[in-house]
Unconditional design. Structure first.
Length: 650
């Protein structure tokens, strides 16, 4: 046996150790793509135009875009059903969430509050920015730095990132759903998502960004939204002195809690981040990863079409890293959510005489929170129009003037209405803030209590729910017998019925009635006081508003047509309908032998024709109403003139 020299034996042992160490290192290292970290970061930073920043605790969305942005190979973040790119950063960057810190309305409003009470600059701006620029505010808190304020906003890359990836995915499950008003807790070492560790490869994220991904129940339910979507502010008097009172600026999260949706596994992301079945590969350059399902689209839309249009038109001025095409997609999704998933509207005739037509307009809230919800400025209003056969307008409530203000809006605010008899009355669903003197105010810090809050509540909302103290109604709506009430007078219907009594002044011709509901994100009155002040941000916003399209968004519409009414009142007693109401749908229309009574048509309360199978006998006409309970309108011709007879089917 040949014995190697000692020096060769030592060299061979070193080689073996190095090889074994290299093999062990490679086995424990995550699989990497063909490019290095620096090359990928520089390339994707230029491609996406998103700033890449790693601060002490947080990262900007640009750092996440390396894996979760557009995949140049077309393998990751693709919806296999449509072939569309669904990367989360691309969908997010043109949303109000992404641009929460750049939002010119928000910046102008914050300037407004500070100009009214300059001594409160730091407290006000830190509170507002804790939700509009959460990473910058909480970075300063966690690092023990002075509070982040408005003066730092324009120069902070972390602040300009708005509500970005780590604003949600780094929230601690220990505090989610338990803290509000911007007081979130963060876990800076972990990233939470909808997938369990055994479904993903945590080593990849750990290697590239030093964060450990894992499952977070709070990410897939509504609690991740709670920290900012319930906001309680501290009241000051007209001199700026604290009063010790609190005001609920918004309570979207608690509105959801006080609804049926909090008990049936319907969460915020059900509507605002719709899921696809996928399966979707989560990271670019890692096509070998197991695709995941379901996949939540980061559409993150609400109802603010006007501000999205303003952001799109001022992309360069506001330095927004999103394309026109991306804004167009977000705007289209916002319109679709407003017009297709927000509200149901129906119109019905309750009665009609030669003097008056009585209509009922029913609104049903389909959102998981109030409509409108969020910022107090937002409102919805109803336009109701009745025209005769000649097309002449007999009645209109809810028309707009040239400034997009509702005609008939009372000084201060318009009260809630159950019955509307005059064109000067209009139904406006809104929150009106009241100051310490009991007057309406648009200055948030002065808000002490709601003077009016008749915004439509969600299905299942009750005044006995533990969250009602945060979501209470206010004003004349408390006296409305059918607001949020079912036909059995039970709370929780999520509806309102407005009764319109329209004077006809003897007009017996055919009628048409149309009801429309419109949404305004920035009503004229909400910014009127603010625009009397001047600052760079307020003046800029004033110009943007003047250049924007402030046309309200039509959320829902319904209409109905009615036949003419022609039988003189003195002749109506010659017609008898028995039984009315009818328990089985069978009714007899009895009349004198000498009268000629003809059946013309029958309609349900929405004006849709129905079949009633008329049969005739001497002195009577028998009808068979549909099985569906409700009110039906039967159009008869008596001795050549028309009669509209109301019949109730139980």
């Amino acid at each position: 046996m040949v014995r190697l020299p000692r020096s060769l034996r030592l060299s061979f042992a070193v080689v073996v150790v190095v090889v074994l160490f290299a093999a062990w290192t490679e086995a424990t290292r995550p699989v990497r793509g063909p490019h290095g970290r620096l090359a990928l970061s520089l390339y994707r930073s230029g491609l996406d135009s998103l700033p890449v920043l790693q601060s002490l605790y947080f990262s900007t969305a640009g750092r996440c875009a390396g894996c979760h942005g557009h995949d140049l190979l077309g393998q990751a973040s693709m919806d296999p059903a449509t072939g569309h790119d669904v990367n989360v950063v691309g969908d997010w960057r043109s949303t109000m969430m992404a641009n929460s810190a750049r939002d010119p309305y928000f910046q102008a409003k914050l300037d407004h509050e500070v100009l009214v009470n300059p001594a409160h600059h730091d407290v006000l701006s830190n509170k507002c920015l804790s939700c509009h620029a959460p990473l910058a505010v909480h970075e300063a808190r966690m690092a023990g730095h002075p509070p982040f304020t408005l003066a730092m906003l324009d120069t902070s890359i972390l602040a300009q990132d708005g509500v970005s990836c780590m604003s949600c995915h780094a929230q601690s499950p220990a505090t989610a759903g338990l803290t509000f008003s911007g007081e979130m807790g963060f876990d800076s070492a972990r990233i939470y998502g909808p997938y369990h560790e055994d479904q993903i490869n945590p080593n990849i994220m750990q290697f590239f960004v030093g964060l450990t991904p894992g499952y977070g129940e709070h990410i897939v339910n509504s609690t991740v939204c709670a920290g900012c979507h319930t906001l309680i502010t501290q009241t000051v008097d007209l001199s700026g002195n604290p009063t010790g009172d609190e005001f609920v600026e918004q309570a979207t999260y608690h509105e959801w809690k006080n609804s049926v949706y909090s008990t049936n596994d319907t969460h915020c992301n059900t509507c605002h981040m719709p899921r696809i079945d996928g399966p979707v590969v989560l990271a670019a350059e890692y096509a070998f990863l197991n695709p995941q399902t379901p996949f939540g689209l980061h559409h993150l839309v609400g109802g603010n079409v006007q501000m999205l249009e303003i952001l799109k038109a001022n992309r360069e001025l506001l330095a927004i890293p999103a394309t026109e095409a991306q804004f167009d997609s977000t705007i289209a999704r916002t319109r679709a959510l407003l017009t297709q998933r927000t509200l149901d509207l129906t119109i019905a005739l309750e009665d009609r005489s030669t003097d008056t037509a009585f209509f009922a307009v029913r609104l049903e809230n389909r959102a998981g929170h109030r409509f409108p919800s969020g910022a107090p400025a937002r409102r919805a209003f109803v336009r109701f129009v009745v025209r005769n056969a000649a097309g002449d307008t007999l009645f209109v409530s809810g028309a707009l003037d040239a400034e997009h203000e509702v005609i008939g809006h009372d000084t201060g605010y318009e009260p809630h209405h159950d019955v509307i008899r005059d064109p000067g009355q209009v139904q406006i669903y809104e929150l009106v803030m009241g100051d310490v003197t009991g007057n309406a105010t648009t200055i948030l810090e002065r808000a002490k209590e709601p003077l009016k809050d008749n915004r439509l509540v969600p299905l299942g909302f009750t005044t006995t729910h533990p969250s009602y103290d945060t979501t209470r109604l206010a004003g004349h709506v408390l006296d409305d017998p059918d607001f949020n009430r079912s036909l059995l007078n039970e709370e929780g219907s999520g509806t309102d019925v407005i009764h319109y009594h329209v004077a006809l002044n003897g007009d017996i011709s055919a009628l048409s009635a149309t009801a429309e509901v419109f949404f305004q994100a920035v009503p004229p009155g909400s910014i009127r006081e603010m625009l009397t002040h001047h600052s760079e941000r307020i003046d800029r916003f004033r110009t943007m508003m003047q250049q924007s399209d402030a046309t309200p968004i039509r959320v829902a519409v319904d209409s109905m047509a009615l036949g003419p009414l022609g039988v003189p009142l003195q002749d109506r007693h010659r017609i008898v309908v028995l039984p009315n109401p009818t328990p089985d749908g069978v009714v007899e229309i009895r009349h004198a032998r000498e009268d000629r009574v003809e059946f013309v048509a029958a309609f349900d309360v929405r004006g849709q024709a129905v079949t009633v199978s008329p049969t005739r006998a001497t002195g009577q006409l028998r009808l068979h109403l549909p099985a569906t309970p409700g009110m039906y309108l039967v159009h008869l011709r008596v001795n050549g003139t028309s009669l509209l007879q109301r019949i109730v089917r139980r």
